[in-house]
Design a protein around this ligand. Structure first.
Ligand SMILES: Nc1ncnc2c1ncn2[C@@H]1O[C@H](COP(=O)(O)OP(=O)(O)OP(=O)(O)O)[C@@H](O)[C@H]1O
Ligand SMILES: [Mg+2]
Length: 234
């Protein structure tokens, strides 16, 4: 579904990604793990087109999308939930969802509606007319994911979805991601700490200083203390 091959990304003259490759098959949940500043967000931005890689390629269903503007990449079927969430604070929850509505080329997946999203995130169902600025951080995280799903992506990129959330909310977000997988979506999520990722991911990549240092099944990574100690906060 998603293929990243040998990308090199920069901010100005500063080289951040050094030949990064990863892939995600249809319906897979893949974790990108790494410490602060390892390059997780830069990799996600390089996939969605906010950063244009200077070398290497990104493809979706074998179609090259490298260098396309973000809106065009989104239209091809990649949804992006940034680290900063960015809900529309003055719009209601329902209006936030409508703002994300987009018809996509047939993905073969069932289309999302506000009602289907309220079933996925029951917390939001009772607050449809509340403004985005008047809900908790956890609810904002759910709302951003829901708003992105309104665009009916085939692949969703979640940048540190559990960051700063209360344990109970983290569990709800994990449940929702499991349901996305069951619904056939492909999920790439970044995380600093592997506990949350381990709950939901099939495979993992570990990134450090802009290079992939490890890749394997989540089971293998859990058993690999050396890699965890060297590159992760656990
Ligand atoms: N806009 C920018 N301009 C210049 N350098 C940047 C910019 N954004 C990030 N960097 C640098 O790029 C490197 C990778 O940052 P990135 O945000 O991708 O890391 P991250 O793995 O997402 O970290 P975190 O877990 O803190 O979100 C860091 O050294 C960071 O300081
Ligand atoms: Mg980041």
């Amino acid at each position: 579904m998603l293929n990243v091959t040998n990308i090199e990304s920069y901010y100005g003259a500063a080289k951040i990604l050094y030949g990064v490759s990863l892939h995600a098959a249809a319906g897979e949940v893949v974790a990108l793990l790494g410490r602060n500043g390892a390059g997780k967000s830069t990799l996600m931005k390089s996939i969605i087109g906010l950063v244009v890689p200077k070398a290497g390629s990104v493809s979706l269903r074998d179609q090259d999308i490298t260098g396309l503007p973000p809106f065009a990449i989104a239209r091809q079927g990649i949804g992006y939930v940034p680290e900063e969430r960015r809900v529309f604070t003055s719009l209601t929850i329902l209006e936030n969802l409508e703002a994300g509505r987009q018809d996509r080329p047939a993905s073969g997946l069932a289309p999302w509606t506000p009602e289907r999203l309220f079933a996925l995130f029951p917390n939001l169902a009772g607050m449809r007319t509340r403004r985005g600025g008047q809900i908790s951080g956890g609810e904002q995280q759910m709302l951003t994911i829901a708003r992105t799903l309104m665009g009916n992506p085939s692949v969703i990129l979640l940048d540190e979805p559990s960051e700063g959330l209360a344990p109970k909310i983290v569990e709800q977000v994990a449940d929702a991601i499991r349901e996305l997988k069951a619904a056939g979506l492909t999920v790439l999520l970044s995380e600093q700490n592997m506990h949350f990722a381990a709950l939901i991911s099939d495979r993992a990549y570990v990134i450090e200083k802009g290079q992939i240092r490890y890749s394997g099944s989540m089971e293998d990574l859990k058993a690999n203390e050396d890699v965890r100690k060297a590159y992760l906060a656990v």
